[in-house]
Write a new protein. Structure first.
Lengths: 598, 396
């Protein structure tokens, strides 16, 4: 999800670049950098971390031509040296790149044998060295020659110390040119340019670009100049990013099926060939996390015990790190979406101090946690902008099931046949989620039952007990309604006293689950206290329809996997309730996306 | 120039494949139909696109987003009720102030088709093409390059030049459309037909490609055709002893196991498990997360996402939707068949079976040529099925 920006014109380039990078922040990044032509030579500054870190490191630059980049690590971990831009051996050329160079290993070997010195672990760096070899005075021509030898995808921008020209090329990664008066721009996304111009030119696959303050020329792959009329952008930056959806939260809920698909890619290699957890000689598993991730961990406990038959315990990261720890050496699995959660990082260090093997489940490649543990499983849900975790939580659930299947298969508690069956069901869960989303208007309808409540309870049993804790958390986060989740069996031990006709109860009962009958009994208890009950159950469950005021249906599903569709249904419920209450859905008050303080 | 793509309809005649997606999102060679349209526009430098969405609009929005993945800028206009294409066009009236192109999102086209239309200057133009089955469409009669008459779904003998539903309109067209809608005309063609005498409509013969699927059995043919238009990539793991002939595209995380024989053109998505000893013939597309067990043979078929096929199955000219689970030894051959859709019978040659999403089929079932099985159905062990089954059918 890297972002690119380039500027050549009459203003100090550094201001335009930093402003553009700020607007590309939403794409997610772990490091950033800029390079510019400063009195006939190149200057470059790049830093790991927030843009603010980069800003503080910047001296006063006066240059009028430059390129900038935000990096979301894919090849080589986040660090100062792996950040873009990259500079050629002679120091005269700088390159930023978004995409993946598939044949970089071969190219790097060749370049090294010809004497090029590499300063990073990235695939991108080969570009700048190739460019140096091809450069004969025409920057765009050199870039066109460079990309001819590249396999992979890219949006590239390059500058040379001698001039005010920026050369660019694109294949399957976004790149747009902004047109100004005696200044021109380029960026990964038009939102980075909207403060300066709304006149843009889109670059097509295979094209190369030469951009100077006065002129922009496009060339096709054969080297012929291409004429193209500029387009006028008529909508705001914010709208454009949401791609038609009203809020990021809703957009990200709808990205659930894709997040599941991506998390499952490579699962065969992981399970059959032990790419994750090659050794499974531990006797027990401990899951450690905070917040929503802790709820995913709770689902994980049921999954590990059911699928892999391994004794599994759970701890909150903030508790685990200060606990004494009895004599035991479980595999410790740490779950953190951002990979930066302070308590979870401390828990990882504590686990290693105790001599445990550690595995992190995170969505961010190269985040801090990945350096604190023995092994990493990435969830690949893509960047999430809404503060309330939606698709990332879903992919964490998937990670829990995958680990359970790997452990079960490696330990022999799961036969090859059952393993394949389990994997098939997991893949199908993306269709289940799609099916819930296809009927999202029923959920919107059901949100009427809750939007005026002051308090709200969520009850479930077995593997859906944590699902309901998460659903309550989601409702709290975005709608500010006081919501609590309970194990349905615990109702009689207190919470029942709080129920009356103004307190809606959301209850999940999955037909086929061994606790289904018990759940029905609990629902009757609640209904007897006049609380309006919103049921969540499988299609065709008439029993539930009879007991509840309203029911949200999910497709028929194996009870063990039911948290996946139930979670999505209740995320959507929280969204619609918050929308009806006019809450600031994508940025709830007092909350931050990743909690990096203790 | 801006383009408006009409993508709000369901495509009921393509059920069960539109049960959970609009027609424009049916994957052909693993890409939604609408993606071909967007790419054809982008290739002509038309990067400002308004999508008119309605039925299951979120499916479209979450796939295309703001369009940056395709090098275009997409905004959305919502047609709440599907009251016809003329009404759909009016939804975007506020966003269009200049000449524009209007395209139906549910036909596969290539860049040339749009290029032909762009060569025209001024006024109203309509892209027309030759069709082998003019009776399904609006047949256009042309005189001196001008449209003289449009006859919707004619019997026969009216000629074989049809309206593709791709137009170039000046902004004043909205007034005509509004008048037409007020007068109870639902489709753009109806409106055009009613004002043929007042407005000069230039007929532009397409030298590019234009292809449509009206009924479920058309999908397989569309799939064959679209292969020329989609790119190729090979990643994933191909085990030793696999034979790949011709163009075969394999997605990331997919594993093709030893002994499999695949003859292209074939496209296989991401995260699939094929084989060992599976045989796949042209022109077949396989979506994401599909499992195909050993000794299964597949000819000219479409398997969508997360389908699982048991061992020793024989599948020909079939369309199988998302999440279907098919037991061992399925026999689904193709042949000439009478197929019923919406109480109408059609004689279809080379028809295979068509299976809606989430359907489960037990071991050793037989699906006769031209069978349509609705979504979420169950077919029991050893059952023999023919005809058209509704959604949620149970066959024992």
């Amino acid at each position: 999800m890297c972002g690119i920006i380039g500027y050549s014109g009459h203003r100090p380039a550094v201001e335009v670049l930093m402003d553009g990078l700020k607007r590309l922040e939403y794409r997610g990044y772990d490091s950033a950098g800029v390079a510019m032509v400063e009195n006939g030579h190149l200057e470059m500054v790049k830093r790991q971390g927030e843009l603010e870190v980069l800003r503080r490191a910047l001296p006063r630059f006066e240059g009028r031509t430059g390129v900038g980049h935000t990096r979301w690590a894919t090849c080589g971990r986040p660090s100062d040296r792996n950040a873009h831009p990259f500079i050629s051996c002679d120091g005269k050329l700088a390159v930023v790149h978004n995409g993946i160079i598939e044949n970089y290993a071969t190219l790097r070997g060749e370049l090294e044998s010809r004497g090029h010195r590499f300063t990073s672990d990235t695939d991108t760096e080969v570009l700048v060295h190739l460019l140096e070899e091809h450069y004969r005075g025409d920057l765009r021509q050199a870039l066109a020659d460079t990309v001819r030898g590249i396999e992979g995808t890219y949006a590239i921008a390059a500058i040379h110390e001698k001039g005010e020209e920026i050369a660019a090329a694109r294949k399957e990664n976004p790149l747009v040119i902004g047109l100004g008066v005696k200044e021109n721009f380029l960026a990964s996304d038009v939102t980075a340019l909207l403060s300066y111009t709304n006149k843009v030119l889109y670059v097509m696959d295979g094209e190369t670009v030469s951009l100077t303050p006065d002129k922009v020329s496009l060339f096709n792959a054969e080297g012929t100049m291409v004429g193209r009329e500029p387009s006028l952008v008529t909508w705001s930056a914010e709208d454009a990013q949401k791609g038609g959806f009203e809020h990021f939260m809703l957009k990200e809920i709808f990205e659930g099926p894709n997040a599941i698909h991506n998390t499952l890619l490579g699962s065969l290699d992981m399970i059959e060939n032990g790419e994750v957890l090659p050794r499974t000689d531990f006797q027990a598993v401990k899951l450690v996390a905070c917040g929503s991730s802790f709820h995913a961990a709770m689902v994980g406990k049921y999954a590990m015990e059911d699928i892999a038959r391994v004794p599994t315990t759970l701890e909150l990261a903030s508790e685990y790190r200060y606990s004494l720890g009895a004599r035991e050496a479980p595999l410790v699995i740490l779950i953190t979406q951002s990979g930066e959660t302070a308590d979870t990082l401390a828990a990882a260090r504590e686990a290693r101090r105790r001599g445990c093997r550690t595995l992190a489940v995170t969505n961010v490649v190269g985040s801090t946690i990945t350096r604190e543990v023995d092994e990493v499983l990435y969830t690949k849900a893509g960047p999430e902008i809404g503060v309330a975790a939606t698709k990332t939580f879903l992919s964490q659930l998937l990670a829990m099931y995958l680990l359970a299947i790997r452990i079960g298969y490696a330990k022999g508690t799961l036969s090859h046949d059952s393993m394949r069956g389990a994997l098939y069901s997991l893949r199908q869960s993306s269709n289940m989620v799609q099916s819930v989303l296809n009927h999202i208007h029923d959920i919107e309808e059901a949100s009427h039952m809750i939007d005026r409540a002051e308090h709200c309870f969520f009850i479930g049993r077995n593997i859906n007990y944590p699902t309901m804790l998460e659903a309550a958390l989601k409702l709290k986060e975005v709608s500010y309604i006081h919501a609590e989740g309970f194990a349905a069996g615990e109702l009689k031990h207190g919470p029942l006293a709080l129920l009356d006709d103004s307190t809606p109860v959301i209850a999940v009962a999955i037909k086929g689950d061994h606790t289904y009958e018990k759940m029905l009994a609990n629902i009757s208890e609640v209904a007897a206290r006049d609380s309006p009950v919103l049921g969540v159950g499988c299609e065709g469950d008439t029993e539930l329809t009879r007991l509840c005021e309203q029911v949200i249906y999910i497709p028929k599903v194996r009870p063990l996997l039911s948290p996946i569709p139930v979670t999505v249904a209740l995320q959507a419920l929280a969204y619609f309730v918050a929308k009806r209450r006019n809450c600031s859905i994508d940025k709830p008050k007092n909350l931050a996306k990743s909690v990096t303080v203790e | 120039m801006k383009a408006v793509i009409l993508a709000a309809g369901e495509g009921t005649r393509l059920r069960p494949f539109t049960v959970s997606r609009p027609k424009v999102m049916i994957p052909i060679a693993n890409r939604p139909i609408l993606e071909y349209v967007v790419r054809a526009l982008a290739a002509n430098g038309i990067t400002d696109i308004v999508l008119v969405v309605g039925y299951m609009k979120e499916r479209i929005m979450s796939f295309f987003g703001n369009g940056s993945r395709f090098g275009v800028r997409i905004s959305y206009a919502i047609q709440e009720k599907q009251l016809g294409t003329a009404h759909g066009a009016l939804v975007v009236r506020d966003q269009i102030k200049e000449e524009f192109i209007m395209v139906a999102g549910d036909n596969i086209i290539d860049a040339q088709a749009i290029a032909d239309l762009l060569r025209q200057r001024e006024g109203v133009s309509m892209l027309v093409t030759d069709s082998e089955m003019p009776s399904k469409y609006g047949v256009v009669q042309i005189e001196g390059g001008r449209v003289k008459d449009i006859i919707e779904k004619p019997d026969k003998g009216m000629g074989n030049i049809i309206n593709t539903g791709i137009y170039r309109f000046p902004p004043e067209m909205f007034e005509l459309l509004e008048k037409g809608v007020m007068a109870g005309k639902a489709g753009i063609t109806h409106v055009l037909h009613s004002c043929i005498s007042q407005v000069d409509i230039e007929a532009v013969r397409s030298t590019g490609r234009w292809m449509d699927a009206v009924y479920p059995w058309d999908l397989v043919r569309l799939n064959e055709y679209a292969f020329n238009l989609s790119g190729q990539e090979t990643s994933g793991t191909i085990e030793a002893g696999v034979t790949l002939r011709g163009p075969v595209s394999v997605g990331a995380g997919t594993r093709i196991r030893a002994g499999s024989y695949i003859e292209g053109p074939v496209v296989i998505g991401e995260g699939c498990e094929i084989g060992p000893y599976t045989v796949i013939f042209p022109t077949t597309s396989i979506g994401n997360g599909v499992q195909v067990a050993p000794y299964t043979v597949i000819y000219n078929s479409m398997l969508m996402n997360n389908v699982s096929i048991g061992s020793h199955s024989h599948i020909s000219q079939a369309v199988i939707d998302d999440g279907c689970r098919i037991g061992t030894g399925l026999s689904a051959s193709s042949g000439t068949a009478q197929v019923r859709v919406e109480d109408e019978f059609f004689k279809v040659e080379k028809a295979g079976c068509m299976v809606g999403e989430f359907t489960q089929i037990g071991p050793r079932a037989v699906l006769s040529a031209g069978t349509i099985v609705g979504a979420n159905s169950r077919v029991g062990d050893g059952a023999r099925v023919c005809g058209t089954l509704e959604d949620r059918s149970i066959v024992v």
